[in-house]
Design a protein around this ligand. Structure first.
Ligand SMILES: C[S@@+](CC[C@H](N)C(=O)[O-])C[C@H]1O[C@@H](n2cnc3c(N)ncnc32)[C@H](O)[C@@H]1O
Length: 279
């Protein structure tokens, strides 16, 4: 089991910087929402480098993370001088969780369900391992408008380099449910959960054009893996030229507010079927 996250694990946190004060704010918000006690057991499928759970782990709560990428979890391990006793990390697939039913009080996911071949299998597993009165938190760290502009330009360029066969292949055209924002809220509501959404944190982010370009050039984001290596480097030359024209200088500093959003689901107990696609 491996994926491109193995290759970019050491770069991953730079792609979505989460200052320590923001991480603390997110932890405060989550602990309050779930009314955490010293007995509360957290699970995070697709824990990655632990951006979301780090401050909860630091505060001593029982936290289990599972991820296909050992390299991503190693980044989390290295954030601690000694592996915390309250943290359990397992390498495995979020579509088949190696846990008994009704084990966790809180399940957290952040930017992982869309990575699964069958997101419904992942959601079903979350439902299965949650205690009946447990809480499921689907987190989304929304990117800045300037990063979105970068991605729109890059996607346009990469699209021209993708072989037509892959654009038309049936698996690429398969509909996945909308697992973000309103789509996720609707899906969880349709499943009978009581759902609320809220912003756990908002903060200012800034990059120079050069800094952000370096992140894409190092292929630290998923969009950069949609074409083979040799085409990617050609596409990046084109991308650089487009950015030069768009921003005029690579030293321009870009600013924006970014947010960390939570979709909170309680009574998340009905089994899912893949018929319930909301996209
Ligand atoms: C976009 S990253 C998100 C990491 C982290 N949750 C965050 O928000 O920073 C996606 C993570 O999901 C993991 N992942 C992908 N497919 C997975 C699977 N089938 N089972 C478990 N983890 C998976 C990747 O290795 C990666 O660490």
């Amino acid at each position: 089991m491996n994926n491109y996250y193995d290759k970019i694990a050491h770069l991953y946190d730079a792609t979505r910087p989460l200052p320590q004060s923001v991480s603390e704010q997110i932890a405060d918000c989550i602990l309050e929402l779930v009314k955490a006690t010293p007995e509360t057991k957290f699970l995070e499928p697709g824990i990655g480098t632990g951006r979301t759970g780090y401050s909860i782990i630091q505060r001593g709560y029982s936290y289990t993370g599972i991820d296909v990428s050992k390299e991503m979890m190693d980044e989390l391990r290295h954030k601690f001088s000694k592996m915390p006793e309250n943290l359990t990390l397992l390498q495995g697939d979020a579509s088949t969780l190696p846990f008994e039913d009704n084990l966790f009080d809180v399940v957290i996911t952040a930017h992982i369900l869309h990575c699964l071949q069958d997101p419904f299998a992942g959601l079903n597993e979350i439902r299965r391992v949650l205690k009946p009165n447990g809480v499921y938190l689907s987190c989304e760290n929304l990117i800045s408008s300037y990063q979105k502009t970068f991605e729109d330009i890059l996607r346009g360029i990469l699209g021209q380099y993708q072989p037509e066969s892959s654009q038309n292949c049936p698996s690429a055209m398969q509909t996945k449910p909308n697992l973000f924002g309103e789509g996720m809220k609707q899906l969880l509501s349709d499943l009978g959960a009581t759902v609320e959404t809220l912003t756990a944190a908002r903060w200012q982010q800034s990059h120079t054009v050069a800094e952000l370009f370096d992140i894409y050039q190092s292929r630290a984001l998923g969009v950069c893996w949609t074409v083979p290596d040799e085409l990617f480097y050609k596409a990046m030359e084109e991308f650089k030229e487009c950015l030069k024209q768009y921003y005029e200088s690579f030293e321009v500093v870009l600013y924006d507010e970014v947010t960390f959003e939570l979709t909170v689901a309680r009574n998340f107990s009905k089994p899912l079927t893949s018929v319930m696609v909301n996209a």
